[in-house]
Design a binder for this molecule. Sequence first.
Ligand code: NAP
Length: 478
Amino acid sequence: MSVFKNYIDGQWIDSSEVIENINPSDTKDVIGAYAQATNEQAQSAFDCAKRSFDEWQNKGIQFRADALDKIGSEILERKAELGELLSREEGKTLAEGIGEVTRAGHIFKFYAGEVLRLNGDLVPSVRPQVEVEITREPVGTVGVITPWNFPIAIPAWKIAPALAYGNCVVFKPASQVLGSAWALSEIITRAGLPNGVFNLVMGAGSNVGAAILNDNRVDAVSFTGSVTTGGKVAQACTIRGAKFQLEMGGKNPLVVMDDADIDVAVNCAINGAFFSTGQRCTASSRLIVQAGIYDRFVEAMKNGIEALTVGNPLNTDTQIGPVIDQAQLDKDLEYIDIGIKEGATLLAGGEVLKREADGFFLSPALFVDTTNDMRINQEEIFGPIASVIKVNDFEEALSVSNDTQFGLSAGICTTSLKYAHQFKRRSQAGMVMVNLPTAGVDYHVPFGGTKGSSLGAREQGSYAAEFYTKVKTSYILS
Ligand code: NAP
C-alpha cells in the first residue's frame, strides 16, 4: 500500500511511522496509510512557515485571491469523488459527504473574495495635523488543529481565512480522517503558494498537536475539538502569549412548544439529533417539549426513528451511517447504560446493529422520562442519542435550555412570533434557530458559541478577520 506523505516546505516528506485509516462501515476496508510526522519534521514546518511569511506577503492580494479561487474550484469539480472518500472514512451519508465537500469549496470561494474586501480606517486625530490609520495585518503562522467529524469543512473554514488574510499555515488534522485532510492538502499544494506557506503535519495530538501548541514560532492556534483538549490549547497558548480560538462541545436544546407545527418539530428533532449519526457539535441532544404536545411528539418521534435506515453510508437509501470508531461506540453504549441507571426510559434504539460488513452501527436512541440534571442531559455524548425533557411553559423551557455548561446552538419550534423573538433574545447560545434544526448553518456568517462551547474570536464569514489578523494603529503627522 502506498503511503500518503506529509507536506513540509513544498516537499512531500516520508516517515518511518504510518497509521492506517479504517472505514467505520467495514473495518476490513483500509482506506490508506498515512505518514506520521516526527517531532523534527514538525519543527521544520514551523521554521519554513516563519521563513516564507515575507514572500507570501509580497505575492500580493490578487495572487492570494486567485489561489483560493482555484482551490475552491477544484474542490467543487471533485465533490462527488471527495464526498465519497469522506463518507467512506467518516461514516456520514454520501449526500452529507458531498454536501460537506461542496461547503468546503464554497468557503474557499468566499474567502477568495474576502481577500479583496479587507479594509481599514483612516480617522481624524484629536491632535491637529495628525492622521490616524487603523489597519489589519496577518498574525503570522497559524496552527490549525481539527476534529474528525467534519474532515474537510472544518479544515477549510480555518485554512481558507488563514491564507486569505496573509498567514502561513501548519495543519494537523484528526487521525481518524486523514484521507480527506490529505486530499484537501494536495489540492492546496497545487495552487501555486510559495513553499512553506502551507504545511501538512499528520500525527497524534499528544505529539504533533502538542508541538504546535508549545512552539513560539506558531503565532496563533485555531482549534476545534473536545473541551478537554481545548483546555490544553488554552493553557499552552496563554502561557506563551499566543493567540488562540476554541470551538468545542455542545449539549444543544431544541424546544418544542404546544403551538408548534408537529411535522416541522419532528423533522427538526430527527435531523438535528440523528443526522450525521448525531456526531455534530450542534446536534440537538436535549428535546425540551411542552406538556400539551408531548404525547403526540414522542409518538411521532418513535415512529420516525424506527423508520430510519441505518447502514453503509455509500448506499443511497441509508439515512444514518456508523459511529466513527469502537471507542465512540463504547462511549455511546456507556451513556445508554448511564441513562437507564439514572431512571430514564429508553423508548427507541440504542442497539448495536449487524450489517453486511463489520462496522460500528448503532440504532438511533431516544430517552424519555428524563430530567435536565441527569448526566445524559448535561454531558456531551457525541452520538445518535437524544433525550426528551417535559416542561410546562415557555419560561420553564427557556430556563431548562439555558441550564447547561455549553452554549453553541439552540432551537425552538413554535408558530408564535412572541416566543420566537423571546427565545432568540434570551437564549444563551451563540446560534439560535427558529423552526430549523439546531445543526446546519450557512458558511458566510459567524459560527460559534458561548460558555463552555467556544472561546475567542468567532469563526467564518468576514468575522474570521478578527482572529486571523492583528490590528495596528498608525499616527502620521501630515
Ligand atoms: P479531540 O479529541 O479534542 O481532538 C481534536 C483534535 O485535537 C485532533 O486533531 C486531535 O488529534 C488533537 N489533539 C488531541 N490531543 C491534543 C493535544 N494534547 N494537543 C494538541 N492537539 C491535540 O476532539 P475530537 O474527538 O476529534 O472531536 C469531537 C469533539 O469536537 C466534540 O466535543 C465536538 O463537539 C467538537 N466539535 C466542535 C465543533 C465546534 O465548532 N464547536 C465542531 C466539530 C466538533 P488526534 O485525535 O489526531 O490525536
